[in-house]
Write a protein that binds this ligand. Structure first.
Ligand code: SIN
Ligand code: CO
Length: 386
């Protein structure tokens, strides 16, 4: 899918040096890091995506009071009626709408795919921007058309109260750069920044990263552990304290009792397979749910259709990952669900954009692959093309 290549870190820096010194830690400006021409988009193509029902899109304009946020999808009349300057349209998950952007994601293969959230594209007229703000995620801001002035760094101030955008009330940037097509600015979470378009048609792609929320993970871990206890034992496990010492202070909740309770809980929660399943499910949740399948199938039918020349194509919004549990067990994570299978097959399938009969010859187990693929077709994660 799309064009591949390498990401050009400045100087002789390679990905491991970037990861050790900058990733999650420090901003890095990377002049001429990639071929901007390969990743441009016609303004009308971006604006037509901003009109799609399922899109996640924003329009930011400015009036005397400050920034004004409107959420998409947008009617054509709204996008025809933009002011001459100082507007910005931002569209999330462009890799779903324009699958060639999976090729851009591939430039970041020095990081695991699950860590990538989406490719957002912002199109702005001169003076357009979203104001000084701070994000919770790592981002590579890729300039592909026009110029944008970035100011970044400095202390994080309080947010402007009551503003629809998470704007900073004070912004004292330490650095300023002008990004030209091909330049990339990496920002870790928590660095205040503001990008202002210097030209009409200013187009900036943001490859944004996903950091799983630990509240959600902890919730599901506790729920799964409790469910397992309820299923595995007839009665709920209880606190036990054989051999306890006489109480010194009968009103105290002694430290030793807390230690016992912790040991019971830690034992229940320290389950690598369970944590792997919950994490994999969480990080492969798609931004848009897969479309309902046009065509359903079963393993035998699918094997026949592949043998007859059919081709399976992964839906552009599907998120896949694989995990090896050891002892011959693996998991394939697909769009928020875990499917058990051999680790070899999971690794083979997770990276595939398409599958044909020829591909099946190279796969670790064609029969197991057909049952798994039939399941994926029935979920809408793969479609059957002729
Ligand atoms: C933009 O591209 O206009 C804003 C992106 C960002 O600052 O996160
Ligand atoms: Co930002």
């Amino acid at each position: 899918m799309g064009q591949t290549g390498v990401f050009g870190f400045p100087g002789d820096m390679d990905a491991s040096v970037f990861l050790a010194g900058h990733w999650q830690r420090r901003a890095l400006f990377c002049p001429q890091a990639l071929d901007a021409a390969a990743w441009t988009i016609e303004p009308e193509d971006l604006l037509s995506v901003a009109m799609e029902d399922a899109v996640s899109a924003r329009l930011v304009t400015r009036n005397e009071q400050g920034f004004v946020l409107e959420n998409g999808p947008f009617a054509e009349e709204r996008l025809d009626d933009l002011p001459d300057s100082a507007w910005s349209v931002l569209v999330q998950a462009m890799e779903v709408w324009e699958p060639r952007y999976h090729g851009l994601i591939a430039l970041f293969d020095f990081l695991p795919r699950w860590r990538i959230d989406d490719v957002m594209i912002s199109l702005a007229a001169r003076d357009g921007g979203v104001g000084p703000h701070v994000d919770q995620y790592d981002v590579f801001l890729i300039q592909v058309a026009g110029r944008r002035r970035w100011s970044f760094g400095g202390p994080v101030s309080r947010l402007v109260e009551g503003a629809p955008l998470r704007l900073l009330s004070r912004f004292e940037p330490e650095e300023r750069i002008v990004a030209e097509p091909g330049d990339v600015l990496y920002l870790p979470p928590g660095v205040p920044h503001d990008g202002v378009a210097l030209d009409d048609g200013c187009t900036t792609l943001s490859v944004g990263f996903r950091a799983p929320g630990l509240v959600d993970l902890a919730d599901r871990l506790a729920e799964a552990a409790a469910a397992r206890w309820q299923e595995e034992v007839e009665e709920e496990p209880r606190f036990t304290d054989p051999g306890r010492a006489p109480a010194d202070d009968p009103w105290e909740l002694p430290g030793a009792d807390v230690v016992r309770a912790r040991a019971i809980l830690q034992d229940a929660l320290d389950d690598p397979a369970l944590v792997a399943r919950l994490l994999g499910e969480q990080v492969t949740m798609p931004r848009l749910p897969p479309p309902p399948p046009e065509d359903t199938t079963d393993p035998d039918d699918l094997a026949r259709r592949l043998a007859g020349g059919a081709r399976l194509e992964r839906w552009s919004g599907s998120r896949l990952a694989h995990h090896d549990l050891g002892s011959g067990d693996g998991m394939l994570f697909v769009d928020g669900e875990a499917l058990p299978c051999s680790p070899e097959l999971a690794a083979w399938l997770a990276r595939r954009d398409s599958v044909t009969q020829d591909d099946l010859h190279e796969c670790p187990d064609a029969r197991e692959a057909c049952s798994l693929l039939a399941e994926l077709v029935n979920r809408g994660s793969f479609g059957i093309a002729r």
